[in-house]
Design a protein around this ligand. Sequence first.
Ligand code: 9MR
Ligand code: ZN
Length: 567
Amino acid sequence: MKLHEKAQGSAGREKGRDRIRARRKEGKMAIYCDQTGYLPQSVKKAVMTAGKTYDVIRVQGASEQTVLSGSTQDAGTDKASGDHLYLADFSEICQEGVYYIQNEEGEKSHRFRIGQDVYRALQADLIKALYYQRCGCALEKEHAGEYSHPCCHMDEAVLWEDRSVSKEVKGGWHDAGDFGRYISPAAVAAAHLLYAYTLFPDSFTENLNIPESGNGVPDVLNECRYELEWMLKLQDEEGGAYHKLTALRHADFIMPQDDKDPFYLFPVSSMATADYAACMALASRVYKAFDASFADRLYDAAVRAWNWLEKHPEYVGFRNPDGCNTGEYGDDCDRDERLWAAAEMLITTGDAAYQTKVRELLKEDLTKTDFGWTDVSGFAALAVLTDKSGIAPADIVDDLRAAVLAEADRLTGIAGVSGYGVAMEPEDYVWGSNMVVLNRGMLLVLAALISDDKAAYEQTALAQLHYLLGMNALDYSYVTGHGEHAYMHPHNRTTECDGIDLPMPGWVSGGPFKTPADDVGRRHIPAGTPPMKCYLDDAACYSLNEITIYWNSPAVFVTAYFNAGVR
Ligand code: 9MR
Ligand code: ZN
């Protein structure tokens, strides 16, 4: 099936565009809320573009009952959306149930639920989505249902630098809407999951119906192992990690099993190798309790990658060779990756030699608070500040702690003046802005974990999830299958070509991007559109509506925190 032929395709998409145009028109009234729901003990707000009073209505079968009537608070004009906003605070309602909000003009919000478990199914779907990205195996009906498909990408890959050499490198997750597999994104996504599990194990009890389910290992670790086993194959003899494994050009819109283009192992980079060392060291700690020999293999890979880094103290970058258009994941600085690697090696081994490395790198101009594929310095803070063994010396702990709390305070400040409660400035709406939102949610969770005064951080972290799930200027839940108005048309080859109306649930969209890079986005989003509204639910919009493994994984981290019963 071609890109624009999907059921509910062009017609549905046109409707979507009309709806957004209407919403963008000044004065259009709307009420936005978290379409998934609210935890009973949390702060609960909805946002209106007009309206002085509101009712909260509880729905029980056919009966509806107004349980709260209140006056809105004028929140002024929100910078990122250009909307003048009015807040409806219904925090006092704690009773589990289904609700909606209505203002005096009769405008209604979507329905949402209040309940302790409102994010449980969401978290399970966010992880299960990764299963659907598995490469090098068939997705069997038993686990994938209607989304099943035969094996893909089974052939050996050719070494880019020596075409006479091929290697067996099957496995791993397709990175995104394309079929490439890239080391830094893989390491980052796996790390989000591994930290989430380590910190909030009680949130990972669901059986995800994946092939390994029921083997006594939490399914999040089963799923993550599929990626790690593939990563173990991506190391060269010297210990370096190949930057990526992709074809020369992105495939057409076809199912993965129909993609027969040759795949190449592109050269080793210092960024990929450092991410690799860090992730492998972390993973070796996590899997020790479940499978000691797997943990040893991971540890050995970490040490070999670390040795490579020692041997190559200089920056070894990666740029796409001429004619290659698959993801580049280029980065002109590898210091944050080296910091992450040193921190994980320190925590894993306890060896004082790594303290010196961490100290040296902490002196450099690094953020220490980011969890994305370009800047991984926040993982060093996560490693050190959540370690229970007391291995890291006080000066390192203090340095990272101060950086995390300062950033959390900055983010709380930004969220405090955003009508939508989102910790994003207008310029932060970059390609994959939902990752920025979620990574900031992670940082705020980390701040809550290490601070004695956690309420404000926790509340701001939760607001980032609310933004993702519908508390935003376009009224979208940016997670497929979750919320009454969830986006429907991810830029994902499999979803577009499988002939199934609904996308698989649990995919986080890249989200608004203030300067769209794809043609459809550019054509349909007028110049001057406020950043939070630069989005289209259109499968052609690869810069606005793609999915990636590392946009789902931070959402797992944030939901896992709130599913652990903290609120
Ligand atoms: O997520 C990446 C984003 O931060 C970059 O701005 C963008 C352009 O370089 O690339 C994104 O990554 C894409 C990758 O290159 C290929 N797979 C799909 C990724 C998501 O769009
Ligand atoms: Zn594949």
